[in-house]
Design a protein around this ligand. Sequence first.
Ligand SMILES: [Zn+2]
Length: 271
Amino acid sequence: MAMKTLLLILFLCVPALTLAESHLAGNLIQGGLLQGRVTPGTRVFYGDRPVKVSAAGDFILGFGRDAEPNHSLTLIKPSGDIRLEELQIGTRDYRVQRIDGIRKNLLNPNAEELQRISQEAALVAKARQLDSDRLNFSEKFIWPLTGPITGVYGSQRIFNGEPRRPHFGVDIAAPTGTPLVAPAGGRVTLAHPGMFFSGATLIIDHGHGLSSSFLHLQKILVAKGESLQQGQTIATVGASGRVTGPHLDWRINWFEQRLDPALLVPEMPKK
Ligand SMILES: [Zn+2]
């Protein structure tokens, strides 16, 4: 609302929209991450939502699994000039994945477990809300682990015949104990030894709301608050939480928006 008032005032003062120098790159697609660069000091709004801009003018935006196709970006230059960008987000078709043989108590948690689940979800949500000044999001991401991909982003899951929430990570199969590395630099914001669904869970902040989550770990080898370099060993693959076998489930978020990690990395290297 304050934003609309501000825009109205600026529209009244500026007779015509002036095009500013700006650059947008990345994936304008559901699950994609957009990297933008604007004149330093420019303010950026994604719809009504203010977006952090670095001192050099870098910012990012993420589009969730079911992101609407039309979005607007408003850039307000230090001079007061305004540029409106219409963003067209490509839509995707998602796979259907059937998984059977999941223990019944994991699918139908009791009251006590539901309470635990909501407490753990709050911890994860809090870690993902962080809007730090870190710039690791601009690194070229690498795979945290290589191996067969057994689950992809966005797939609709059917557990024991019942439709469930979509899958938001990339699953990479590997034997328990296989080390995995930080896909980009960052800082550990959550290191939990055992959550109900996701088992031992690690979250790394890459800056400006971009975070990586690593689920079902065997061992976490870094501590909350620790700064990490890309490629540093951070944990080992496990089968903790709701799983049918050892694998890594790697997720990427832009705040609450779930992105597709596979869009940030090159093709999986062949072994
Ligand atoms: Zn998974």
